[in-house]
Write a protein that binds this ligand. Structure first.
Ligand code: AGP
Length: 551
């Protein structure tokens, strides 16, 4: 029934999603329906082709879209016998892949059924109304109270309330969570974009993340289930993540190895999970993830546990899958990160890497209490240094970004921690400005890549490691001699003259080890202003999703 052209009713489903099957079009948009069932779907059904063939073999051969989702709707319709839970259970046993579903049956129009397998799903509980969503920011303007669905659980939403049951129809009680942020935090707060807002939130994000983990001037991660005995027991640490989170792990590698003298391997989750890693009971696998729902990163947990390794999650979303499935978890407190390009989450991930390195080094007797307190004090002073850097480097970054917008391709180079940083700088620029860039170990350029340098090609050199400065400056001069336009990020006391740098972006001088926390700011700003100058959708760049919950 319609009124003023709008369908009437108390229950409905809808979904905006990252296209995985078929091009983004009306016909491929959700919801998808069979004769008596409509669904919305987050995730990917990996065996949808076999299921489609099954339907065709059973005289169900009319499909409107190219999507895997429509196959699920048709299958639900095929099995539906008037009992929604039984029908959902039957279909779920046939689906392979990661998914969460919202389902409406034609003969139960006031009820929405939801079921979660891999992809995240929450139920918001408002006053006389309930909501289904994949994440809390989507419902925060209606309610801060929500339930987290676990794997294989079904939610039945009707008349403003929700009941939960297992696939076998057994009723279950669930804990009601309350979001620790409000609608304003999830809005732009007066900034033109979420990304620049989140860059400016970094000082606060670091403070709220580290302060509860520092006691009497020393790092204390015991509330995360991490004991000094455990820290002493690990023989090899694997840091596994994707994208920016992996880059935070790269910084962690340098710092943990340098201080705690423990082997650290950093790996991309989509590679690690398929290369049969040689893990053992003495190993620790750290999974870093802002969303806590990245499919490749999540898959690492089960693999690590199978092989007897301990798992530690460093995540920003409370109650997320990676947090709940890991043995230990350190929550970062960056607040909701809305921009697809991660900035404050990366910064707080760095701060946790430092805390972990300091506590592990002290627990293993590699640094004294005095040294540990000094390093921790330096970390506590970081929010102010980050604030200062944002303020002092915004104008120069805005100006330098105008020199980048016409570039086809550019290099980010550095040595040691600067090389780890350059990876993040390169990704930031690529993903929001759509300009190709590559991070490269400065010392490796002469083994081939320097042939790419042509007149006017921008090279962004990260040169904050004083112990390596001389060599890095030589590399900068080598590319400059071949025509590169050099942009150098260095501390405010570094002796770098104009025959090396066309543009100098200076940041506060700190201990070498902590320089990443200020040097990353100009790279975030360079990417941001370049993207704005190009008129791109800074917060929602093309082809990208905030959380990649599919393989
Ligand atoms: C970050 O700028 C990127 N958007 C992306 O690489 C992201 O870091 C990656 O997908 C991992 O996400 P996660 O931290 O939520 O696991």
């Amino acid at each position: 029934m319609e009124k003023e052209g709008k369908p009437q009713g108390h229950a409905g489903i809808g979904h905006t999603r990252w296209a995985t099957h078929g091009e983004p079009s009306d016909i491929n948009s959700h919801p998808h329906s069979g004769k008596r069932v409509s669904i919305v779907h987050n995730g990917i059904i990996e065996n949808y082709k076999q299921l489609k063939q099954f339907l065709i073999d059973n005289e169900r051969d009319e499909f409107l879209s190219d999507t895997d989702t429509e196959i699920v709707a048709q299958l639900l319709d095929f099995y539906y016998d008037g009992n929604p839970i039984r029908c959902i259970r039957k279909v779920l046993h046939e689906l392979r892949g990661s998914f969460a579903l919202g389902i409406v049956f034609a003969d139960h129009p006031e009820t929405v059924y939801a079921v979660r397998c891999e992809s995240p799903l929450i139920v918001g509980q408002g006053k006389g109304e309930v909501f289904l969503a994949s994440d809390v920011p989507a419902i925060i303007k209606y309610t801060k109270d929500y339930y987290l669905l676990e794997y294989g659980e079904i939610a039945v939403l009707k008349n403003g309330s929700v009941n939960f049951c297992t696939l076998h129809g057994q009723m279950i009680e669930k804990e009601l969570h309350t979001a620790d942020f409000d609608e304003d935090s999830a809005e732009k707060g007066g900034y033109p974009h979420f990304m620049i807002k989140e860059i400016n939130e970094q000082p606060t994000a670091v403070k709220t993340t580290i302060t509860p983990r520092i006691e009497n001037g020393m790092p204390n991660l015991s509330e995360c289930g991490i004991t000094p005995e455990a820290l002493r027991s690990f023989k090899h640490i694997y840091i596994v993540a994707c994208g920016t989170a992996m880059h935070a792990g790269m910084v962690g590698k340098y710092v943990i190895e340098k201080l705690a003298r423990v082997h650290v391997t950093v790996d991309i989750a989509s590679e690690f999970r398929y290369r049969e890693p040689m893990l053992s009971e003495d190993d620790l696998v750290i999974i870093i993830s802002q969303s806590g729902e990245t499919a490749d990163s999540k898959a690492v947990i089960g693999l690590a546990k199978e092989l007897g390794a301990k798992t530690l999650a460093i995540v920003n979303v409370k109650g997320s899958s990676i947090a709940r499935e890991s043995d230990m978890v350190i929550y970062t407190h960056a607040g909701p990160e809305i921009a697809v390009a991660s900035t404050k989450a990366y910064m707080v991930q760095l701060s946790v890497m430092y805390l972990l390195a300091f506590e592990m080094a002290y627990a293993k007797g590699k640094i004294s209490e005095e040294e540990c307190k000094r390093m921790t004090a330096d970390l506590v002073a970081m929010p102010e240094k980050i604030e200062q850097t944002i303020k002092n480097s915004a104008d120069i970054c805005k100006y330098v970004s105008t020199k980048l917008i016409a570039s086809e391709s550019l290099l980010y180079i550095g040595r040691g921690l600067d090389y780890a940083l350059s990876m993040e700088g390169s990704l930031k620029l690529k993903e929001i400005s759509y300009i190709h860039s590559e991070s490269y170990a400065a010392g490796e350029l002469k083994h081939g890549t320097i042939s790419l340098i042509h007149e006017g090609m921008p090279v962004i050199a990260v040169a904050t490691q004083n112990s390596l400065l001389e060599k890095t400056v030589s590399n900068i001069k080598e590319v400059k001699a071949r025509g590169a336009m050099t942009i150098v990020i260095c501390d405010d006391q570094a002796d770098i003259d104009r025959d090396a740098a066309d543009y100098l972006i200076r940041v506060p001088k700190l201990s070498e080890m902590l320089m990443p926390m200020v040097a990353t700011v100009p790279m975030q700003l360079l990417a941001y202003y370049t993207s704005v100058n190009k008129g791109n959708d800074v917060d929602k760049p093309r082809n990208l999703a905030k959380s990649v919950t599919v393989e």
